[in-house]
Structures are given as structure tokens and as C-alpha cells.
Design a protein around this ligand. Sequence first.
Ligand code: SIN
Length: 532
Amino acid sequence: MSARWEAGADLVVVGTGVAGLTAALDAAEAGLRVVVVTKDGVAEGSTRWAQGGVAVVLGDIAGDSIEAHVADTLAAGGGLNDAAAVAEIIAAGPAAVQRLRARGALFDGDGARGVDPRHGSPTLDRTREGGHSAFRVVHAGGDATGAEIERALVEAARSLTILTGHVAVDAVRDVSGAVAGLQVLDDRGRPGLLRAPAVLLASGGYGQLYASTTNPATSTGDGVALALRAGAAAADLEFVQFHPTVLYTGPAVGRRPLVTEAVRGEGAVLRDRTGTRFMVGQHPLADLAPRDVVAAAITRRMAETGADCMYLDATGLDGFAARFPTVYASCRAAGIDPVRDPIPVTPAAHYACGGVVAGVDGRTAVPGLYAAGEVARTGLHGANRLASNSLLEGLVTGERAVRSVLEDRGLPRSAELVVPAPAVGVAQRGIVQRAMSAFAAIGRDATGLATASDVVESATLLATPLDRTGVEDAALTLIAQAVLAAAGTRRETRGCHVRTDFPERDDVWQKESLVITLDEAGRPAVAQAVAA
Ligand code: SIN
């Protein structure tokens, strides 16, 4: 891709969600020349759709502690978390949330009840979600936490340089392999080059790999694909978290309305169509079991009863419309009154527990390439993310990544650039989504995974992406290949990865994550697998 225009910066941030804007604001405050790139409008990423909240221990809830939050995160993560990353991110949570509040985000309860003497700040309302042993999730606008965080950060970032309508194509590296810039295409397909010694990927996940997802149209895995092509590694890609409850309104493709777990946190229960509470006896926390357990139980019950959905009974909750205005509005738009009727729900693809291998400090294996938020695999989530740990991770790792960029400043870059090969494998998005939904969702087996691989393989052609759609389709194709390779290799059931042919957890697979890199032909390969 020969650039029509060139510009320079100290740091290019890809993505305008919680991690990206936190990083961009910090970098600008530290005096860096920052350019933020987003392929859509400034607030169109995943952050604004987050409902439940931010899991954080502020020290004012009796019986709760950082240690308890760490223990819940490890229990949810199925033995694959990086314990040091978990401890570091959770311990950094209170300060990160206070900084976000200082940037203008208003949480429910803010200012309502006076000042908590331990923090010098007003006590906030809390809710609980699956897998949490305490009410520790702070929220905003009832169930509009992401929207409030995005609002505050976008407002704070008004003076930053933000290139909307520009999709990140590839990192440009110098002859030593270090990042020297980013190739982009604008929304008319015009190429540009942002020269910079640091590129921070904060571009979110890949929920659009599946036909039905809680994720917006932007979540196409571009960041993971870009990082793999730049020589970085990805890990834990097989752990695609399905949210147990999205509003079911019949078969549909694309983003589905989320019904936050906080509805169950506040007392709603799951029932099948006969009214039976099927989560009781499945897990000590019943309806508030970790997300992987609930999503798998719903999927099983649907298969056993031949039903298209299960039901979330929130009819006993007081003040539903005020506490959950977003969910209430979605239900009403679908002709459902959640105050009187159980809400029809199914699981849908929600969150990438894996991603680009990065430290809590954002550094990847490629000098100058950083990753933060959902695009990154820091080890916080392991095999299954604990609810509301994602906004927390974005806040902490966005900030830490900028510290790394500042520390790494001045490392030499050669003027001689290596231009990435323009042609990549691209399959039609609908084919990829159908194959992944049929064979690589909740409940996978060797035959289905092989079928999906064959389908994706035979649909893939070599092409040069010329616009946003082309870049996204190429990313989805590569991520599908990578998820299928990892899911086929991991012959056990753990967390979000449910193998019907290997239904038990097998701790032979606990030693390390499956790491994916690209081989010489540019195809994803499992570079490191535990011995079976
Ligand atoms: C939810 O509100 O249920 C989603 C929160 C999350 O994904 O962490």
C-alpha cells in the first residue's frame, strides 16, 4: 500500500474505547504528540454498550477486599489466569476508578450520601454479577455504565487529534523489526501512513466472528490480526465468552441487546419454558454462577427441551424500569414488559478473553507495539472473564501502556522501513460467521471444528483489502483460523471452551496457554501447546 499522505506522531492509539481514550489522554497530559485512529465515529466501539459496571474494591463494603476480588477472578478464570497480572490489575482498580471520576464520569450514588472517610470521596452504589462474592460493581445510569464512561472520556478528549473513519491496516516496521508507524485507509479507501515509534492497539475484540453477538459492528478483531501480521503472538483465543442473556426476539444476525447480569445480581432468576429454575443445583451460586457456567447451562437446557430460548424472570424486582432503563427500553421495543413477563433470553458471543499477548504494561513481543483492553491478553481473564473486570482492565492497562511508551521513548528506529505484504487471506464474512456459530460456539467437537476449518479454508482467497470492509473481513478470516486452531488443539472443557467430545477439565492443559503466531505462509499456527 503506497501512502497518499503521511503524518507523524509520538504515539498512535488505535481505538476510542475506555483503554484507548484513557491512554490517549494520559499521553497528551505527559506531553506526547498523540494521534487517535478509529474506523468509525468516536464513540462507536464496545465500551458504550457495557451495562453492568466496573468491578472494584473501594474499601467501603464490609467483608469485601482486594483479596476476595482476586480470588473470585481466579475462580472464574478456570486455572488459566496469570496470578500476578490479576493481583496487579485489581490492586490498581481503586486509583483507576478515582481518576476516571476526576475525568468527569458520574457513577450511581455519586455525591448522594456524603463522603467516605477512607477515600475522601462519596460512596457509590454497588451491584453484584455472576461469580462475585460481594456487591462490588459500581455502575452508572442504572445499566448504562459504558455509555457514561464513553461520554466522559470523549468529552475529556475533545482537544485530541482523533482521525475518525480511518481503519488501521498494518503496522509498519523498520529493518530491526521495531514499529515505525501505522498504515491506515480512510473511509473512501485512501491510504495514509502515520509515522510513529509507538502504536497502541486498543481496538477491542472479535464478537462479530459469530452471527449473534452483544458487540457492535466494529468488533471484528482487526487489532489481533494486525498484531499477528506484525510478528506478535496471541493467546487464549479459544476462550470466546458468551454472555448468558441477550434478549431473544427470533433468529437474528449482528448485535443483540444485552440483558445485564446485574438483573440476576438484583434477584432475577432463570427459568425454562415450564417455569422450572434450572440453575439450582448446577453451581453453589445458582443463577449467579460465573458466566461460562450459566451460558453452558442455558445452551444445554435449550438443547434438552428443544426450545429457542430460556426466560429471565425479573417480575419480582422493584423499580425495574428505573434501575435498568436500557434493558427495559430494549424489552419494550420488542413488545415485552419485564415487570410482568419473563424476558426471553439466549447466549451470544460477548467477549474475547484472549488476544494479543501483552504485559499489564501493554508491551508485546514487537518493540513499539502495545496492546491494552479487550484486544490484549494480559492473563487477567484466564479461561473465563469475571463480569465487569473488562472496563477495569481497560482503565488500568491503558494507563500502564502509556507509562511504557514514555519509558521506551528514544529507542532507535531505522529510517529504512519494511512495507508489509498487501495480499492476505479473505473469506466472505457471512460464511465465516455461519461456520463459527454452527461449529465453534458453546459446545465444540473435533468433527465440527474440522468442518468449520474446511469451510473457512475453501472460502478464503488471497486479496488486498481496499477499504474498511476488506480489512475487517481479512481480520475475521485470520481470527477464525486462529480460534479454530486453538479450539481444535485444546482437548478438554475449561471456562468458555466447551468441548462435547472432551467434556471434562483435564489439568494436563492447565500448564500454559495456547500461543498462536503466524507461520511463513501467514497462517495461524499453535506455537506452543502443552503435552497431552
Ligand atoms: C453485563 O452487564 O452483564 C456485562 C458486563 C460485562 O460483560 O462485564
